[in-house]
Design a protein around this ligand. Structure first.
Ligand code: IMP
Ligand code: MG
Length: 374
């Protein structure tokens, strides 16, 4: 599930059930450690209202509940952001206090709390947090109870907000980083208009069109190292291994470091290649934004190709049964890729019948709907 808050997109991350299970464990551990001591549970507002509410409902023994808020001193000029507590009316001297946090990130808040409670004569101060980001935590302070450790990515829901929104959500969502690039895989049967549309899209969005067929031909014609390697497989009658194709793609990507993104055409053709492409892009800190299939029914495509064959003289465009074979191969190989990219929520299908301009419009609508920074 995806949601949008203000300008950012978030995806489901931790379910209400998982949160509930984490709370059960925290409650059990804390209740066991505190024995018959009556603790004061103190939530740090605003974020902790939901976790404290659910936590104390589960707590099996007598306890007190209070909330505090950390505030900056008003009207005091300071280079450091010195915080003070508001809302602590209870006398905590000689008591067992358990601070309950929704999330501990850098630990700055936690440090302020430690400092403030240091001189209040608390008998036993313990810290519990539902969420913790160990990679972000920079302090040498003890956190006694941790519900769920999460990676260092921004989350919302279950009390946590993004600019005020999202606190009411019963489950937790993780931010989906907006991409800096538009990286697209273009699918389509022969004749679907991939090459034509790629030309328009690359100008409109400042993309680089990488057609693996063209890249192969270029490398082999110019006898590059990779071209020689590819030829050695082709001469043996073998398919060029995916790793060689990926190396060629890598060289193309590295030649175009200032591009807004890439249109991949002709690759991937198999699920194994799709996985290899994902791994390669990840190694470059890139990812696919979308895969788009240009769809047209076979009869329309055959008519188009036969027309093209008359003009170009390309033998494989002049024979209807050869064309149908290429379609069969496409159907057989591409179908699993549709599943692969649908699972990643990246698959889009665009009607490829109409004027060139109308089809460019449809493709642009898909690209414009992606969560990519301008
Ligand atoms: P600290 O960095 O540990 O001091 O955390 C400071 C505060 O930042 C927390 O109490 C939260 O209010 C907020 N915060 C930190 N990480 C997140 C997050 O992923 N989502 C929402 N709020 C966060
Ligand atoms: Mg907080």
């Amino acid at each position: 599930m995806k949601i949008k808050l203000h300008d950012k997109c978030f995806t489901s991350f931790i379910s209400a059930k998982e949160i509930d299970a984490a709370l059960d464990k925290m409650v059990a551990n804390i209740a066991a450690d505190l024995g018959d001591e009556i603790p004061i549970f103190i939530g740090v507002l605003n974020g902790s209202f939901m976790v404290v509410s659910d936590f104390v409902k589960k707590y099996p023994k007598p306890c007190e509940v209070s909330f505090v808020k950390l505030a900056s001193y008003d009207g005091v000029e300071s280079t450091e952001d010195i915080k003070h507590l508001i809302g602590l009316n209870e006398n905590v001297s000689g008591r067992t206090v358990v601070i309950i946090e929704d999330i501990i990130d850098t630990g700055n808040t936690l440090e302020s709390i430690y400092d403030i409670f240091d001189n209040k004569g608390v008998k036993d101060l313990r810290i519990a947090t539902l969420f913790h980001k160990p990679e972000a935590f920079k302090k040498d302070l003890k956190i006694d109870y941790i519900g769920i450790e999460i990676p260092n990515k921004f989350i919302v829901g279950y009390g946590l907000d993004y600019n005020g929104l999202g606190r009411n959500l019963p489950e937790v969502y993780q931010i989906k980083n907006t991409q800096r690039m538009i990286n697209i895989v273009l699918f389509g049967k022969p004749g679907a208009g991939k090459g034509t549309q790629a030309e328009f899209l690359k100008t409109k969005y400042n993309l680089v069109h990488i057609s693996t067929g063209d890249v192969f031909r270029f490398n082999m014609k110019n006898d590059t190292e990779l071209g020689k390697l590819a030829k050695s497989f082709i001469h043996e009658g073998q398919l060029v291994p995916d790793s060689v194709t990926i190396d060629m793609l890598q060289a193309e990507v590295e030649k175009n470091t200032d591009a807004n993104g890439f249109i991949f055409d002709g690759f991937p053709r198999t699920t194994a290649q799709a996985k290899a492409l994902d791994a390669f892009l990840e190694s470059k800190n890139m990812e696919l934004s979308a895969t788009v299939a240009l769809e047209a029914n076979d009869e329309v495509l055959i008519a188009r190709l036969l027309e093209r064959g008359k003009v170009s003289g390309r033998a494989d465009d002049q024979d209807e049964s050869k064309i149908r074979n290429r379609f069969d191969e496409y159907n057989e190989k591409t179908a699993p890729l549709i599943d692969f990219y649908t699972t990643q929520e990246k698959f889009h299908s665009v009607n490829g019948i109409g004027t060139i301009a109308a089809i460019t419009e449809r493709l642009s609508a898909v690209i414009d709907s992606l969560n990519v920074e301008a």
